[in-house]
Structures are given as structure tokens and as C-alpha cells.
Design a protein around this ligand. Sequence first.
Ligand SMILES: [Mg+2]
Length: 209
Amino acid sequence: MKIILDFDDTIFNTHRLMHSISAIFKKAGFTEEEFFGAYQECKKIVGDFDPKTIIELLNKAKPFDKTKAEKEIDLILGDLEDFIYPDFFDFVKDFQKKDLILLSFATTDTQKIKIDNSGITEFFGNIIITSRDKAEDVKPILEKYKSEKCFFIDDKTMQVDNIKNKLPEIITMKIKRPQGIDITTESRLTDYTIESLDEAKNIINKLIK
Ligand SMILES: [Mg+2]
């Protein structure tokens, strides 16, 4: 058996992290709207969360103490264990490290920092950070473990439907975290829609019996 897990909004509370980062800019004189506007703009430019780009965008609009903000962001990013959803730690107790694969989409170096500093790397047999279609990374895993059940858990409908469409033999779960970014779109193709990793654990344990 292999379980492929997404990072943001699946095991990591991204919403909470972005609000912690937003608070740094609030102290520097920016409103939440200004910060989240720059965050969206940053995603358009570099594809992902990147503190340096956000700082530059906000500084262009209204110059501020960039070094101070940088330091405060580094401090938050330096220890992110608190941002992992607690049910993840229960989830991993039921499975072997060799069966757990983290598959995270990223276009910036910040993602590796987030993963490394969230204290979860020890629970995974394999950690993949990819900037291509996730199906490209899932396919070789399915081929290698052909005779075993494989599971794919992700919060994004687009990701879940894409994987299920291209690789129908995988068992998919769309996870809807209450604060997740993609909770309003329904997956047409997913095998299961869940709200926690406790639910995922129960489903997997039933299916592998
Ligand atoms: Mg995600």
C-alpha cells in the first residue's frame, strides 16, 4: 500500500500561516486587503507564496522597513510544527513510514522551507516537490507498486479530478478542511470526499483489510 498526501490545506493549515504573515504586514501599516492583494499578485507572478515577492510588491506601493518584515517572516517560517493539523500525527501512527509519500506542488524555494521546518519529514518514506502535473509523479509510483492499493489525498478538486481521470486505478480522496482554499468546488470524479485525516484513516484501514 502507498498513501500519497498533499501538503498545503491537506496536512498543513495554510490559511493560518497566511494570517500570521498578514499580521507582520499589519504592523508595518498595511491592511489585510493590501496584504492578500499582494499575495494573489505574487501567486500570479511566481506561481506560489514567496515572501520576497510580496515584500517587493508592497514596498512599491508604500515603502516600509523591509528588513524587519523579512526577519519576522523568517522567524515564523523557521518553526512551523504548530501549523500541521493535529489529525496528521494520529494518522501516521496507523501506517508505516515506507508507505507514506508527500507530494507537494511548488514553484518557489519557500515550499521546501515550509516542509522542512514543519517537523513532518521523518514520517514520510519519500518527499516529492514538483512543479509539473502531479500525475507525472504519481504514475511511476503506481507502476512500481502495481499489485498494491494506492491512495491519493489532496484538497484541490482540480488535482483530484486530474489524477482520477488520468490514473483511474488510484483511490482518491478530496479533503475539505474548514479553512481550506478549495472547499466550494465539488469533485466529480473523487472516490471519497472527507473532512479530516481521521476519516481517511478509517476508509484506508477498511479497504486494505
Ligand atoms: Mg493543497
